[in-house]
Design a protein around this ligand. Structure first.
Ligand SMILES: NC(=O)C1=CN([C@@H]2O[C@H](COP(=O)(O)OP(=O)(O)OC[C@H]3O[C@@H](n4cnc5c(N)ncnc54)[C@H](O)[C@@H]3O)[C@@H](O)[C@H]2O)[C@@H](O)CC1
Ligand SMILES: Nc1ncnc2c1ncn2[C@@H]1O[C@H](COP(=O)(O)OP(=O)(O)O)[C@@H](O)[C@H]1O
Ligand SMILES: [K+]
Length: 495
């Protein structure tokens, strides 16, 4: 079975580089391997003998550029090299790599970028420490404006390796070669959009080193949770596959709960019940078949239903209404210690009241599924949670604060557990940005939790399956389609 993908922050990667060196691989050797990987990748983009312009910066990323330039010139390409700063200010392995380059070194502004068939961007990598301005800004502007394809070394210059943010301006690459492991910027937006196709080159830093220096951040793919995915046994009966309860809104707000309920059923929850306010029973009944229906009058109603221990997963939030009654229903579900997924109105009802949720979810598996707007409302007045530039850090802090797994939605959904594990999901499609798509997601997660999948794995698997289902449909996707696409995704996973 393949191991989960480790994603390393720039500082973790630096530690891993140092550890590899301490174990006997000289830094210059790592750089030569990195530069060779860049040259190999460049060959996929530029035909033999064509013109390649390498833009090198003042640090070790620039060193990778010198190695690649030397190798590509040796392979018959017409390589020109521009350097930001002067040769005599290069240090360490980059200085050594530059000594191997026998061609001319010109100031960056003199590089004939328009005439190049390919530009190699080795301006800045993980060592970017401030916004680009002046000459660096101008250089990136010229690269992007050239209209020529750009191959980024490690990451597109101007992108913050840890957060994926654009620091002033950033290279728009068609392809990026990174080393040993992806960094957060390759998965988080907008960095992911700037990186183009990302290739991870093995430069000989072992997984043991990567796991020792990183180890808590993952790319969300099946390797992370496939083993937890439920597979019914030959003699399973429906009661062993869990019973998910989804609370419905009032008579004109019932669709969201049904979307969540249908997703829970499709992902394998043995039974699913919609808990409906009395006035909405008719409309819910008219639209439900395999899914069951129960009257539920607010928090007292929920309390009564949860006396039955077989309801082992609860979804609260989709179109439930923003008011104290919703907060009271959350309190009932927390008290009952059921697997719990809180979304939408269940989060917004706590606007500015996050302190009521401090540590609240420590005692039972809980997943919160806010998008950025719900997250900002929920944690209003908590700059320690809202202010970190890194989406990973924001999600981690919210998880640690609440005791719940926090799934912070978007094109780059981040899932964080209270114990510090986090995963970045990047398999979705913009066609998922459609009404009710989040309701389906929370149903998938709850349906998995009903089948005893732990909260973090359920959230990661739910996000991935949701993304895969959406991507398999593409244009024209509406939320009603999503649950129907789940079986196809499951078939691929459980084959
Ligand atoms: N042996 C090694 O050290 C290896 C290094 N590697 C490469 O090294 C890179 C990291 O090298 P560094 O830590 O030197 O970092 P970078 O090369 O990314 O950049 C650091 C340099 O840029 C300057 N700088 C930072 N932000 C700036 C800004 N906004 N405007 C102007 N100057 C700015 C810094 O003062 C420093 O000189 C990786 O991305 C990777 O490409 C890889 O080759 C693997 C091996
Ligand atoms: N551009 C995008 N790329 C990938 N996934 C997206 C994108 N935009 C939205 N999504 C996903 O679609 C879902 C939307 O959820 P949400 O905003 O709660 O919608 P709703 O409230 O209508 O149910 C989330 O899972 C989110 O991650
Ligand atoms: K770069």
């Amino acid at each position: 079975m393949t191991a989960p993908e480790l994603v390393l922050t720039p500082s973790e990667m630096k530690q891993a580089d140092l550890e590899a060196m301490a174990r006997g691989i000289p830094g210059i050797e790592l750089m030569r391997r990195a530069g060779r990987a860049v040259a190999d990748s460049a060959e996929k983009l530029a035909s033999p003998g064509s013109r390649i312009a390498v833009v090198s910066g003042p640090g070790q990323n620039g060193g990778d550029g010198f190695v690649a330039a030397t190798i590509l010139a040796g392979r018959g390409y017409r390589v020109s090299l521009g350097l930001l700063g002067s040769l005599d200010r290069l240090t360490g392995d980059a200085a050594e790599a530059a000594r191997d380059w026998t061609g001319a070194v010109v100031p960056i502004e003199e590089l004939p970028l328009q005439e190049a068939d390919l530009i190699v961007d080795a301006l800045f990598g993980t060592g970017l420490s401030r916004d680009l301005d002046g000459a660096t800004r101008h250089a990136v502007d010229r690269m992007n404006g050239s209209g020529r394809p750009i191959l980024a070394v490690d990451l597109p210059s101007g992108i913050d390796g840890g957060t994926g943010a654009v620091r002033g301006i950033a290279v728009k690459a068609v392809r990026t070669v990174t080393f040993a492991a992806r960094k957060p910027c390759h998965l988080l937006m907008p960095g992911r959009a700037h990186a183009g196709l990302v290739e991870v080159a093995d430069i000989g830093i072992g997984r043991d080193i990567l796991a020792a220096k990183g180890g808590s951040l993952f790319g969300n793919d099946p390797a992370l949770w496939l083993a937890s995915l439920p597979r019914p046994g030959l003699s399973s009966h429906k009661y062993e596959r869990g019973h998910t309860l989804v609370a419905s809104g009032g008579a004109t707000r019932t669709g969201a709960a049904r979307l969540a309920a249908r997703a829970a059923l499709r992902i394998g929850s043995g039974l699913v019940t919609v808990a409906s306010p009395p006035e909405a029973l008719g409309v819910n009944a008219a639209h439900l078949t395999a899914i069951m229906l129960k009257g539920c009058d607010g928090p007292e109603g929920l309390h009564a239903i949860l006396q039955d221990a077989r309801f082992n997963a609860v979804v609260l939030g989709p179109a439930l209404g923003v008011h104290a009654g919703t907060r009271a229903m959350v309190a009932v579900a927390v008290q009952a210690r059921r697997n719990l997924v809180l979304d939408a109105d269940a989060l917004t009802s706590f606007e500015g009241l996050a302190s009521e949720l401090h540590g609240a979810f420590r005692h039972a598996p809980t997943v919160l599924t806010p998008h950025d707007g719900e997250f900002a409302r929920l944690f209003k007045g908590h700059p320690d949670i809202l202010d970190p530039e890194s989406k990973i850090e924001r999600a981690r802090r919210a998880a640690a604060y609440s005791g719940a797994v926090v799934l912070l939605k978007g094109a780059d959904t981040v899932i964080a557990a209270p114990d510090g594990r986090a995963a970045i999901n990047a398999n979705g499609t913009p066609y998922l940005a459609t009404a009710g798509s989040g309701d389906t997601l929370c149903g998938l997660i709850a349906g998995l939790m009903a089948q005893d999948v732990p909260a973090f794995e359920a959230a990661c698997a739910g996000a991935w399956i949701h993304g895969e289902a959406g991507a398999s449909f593409g244009p024209g996707l509406i939320s009603e389609d999503l649950a129907e696409l789940v079986p196809g995704v499951l078939r691929g996973l459980l084959r």
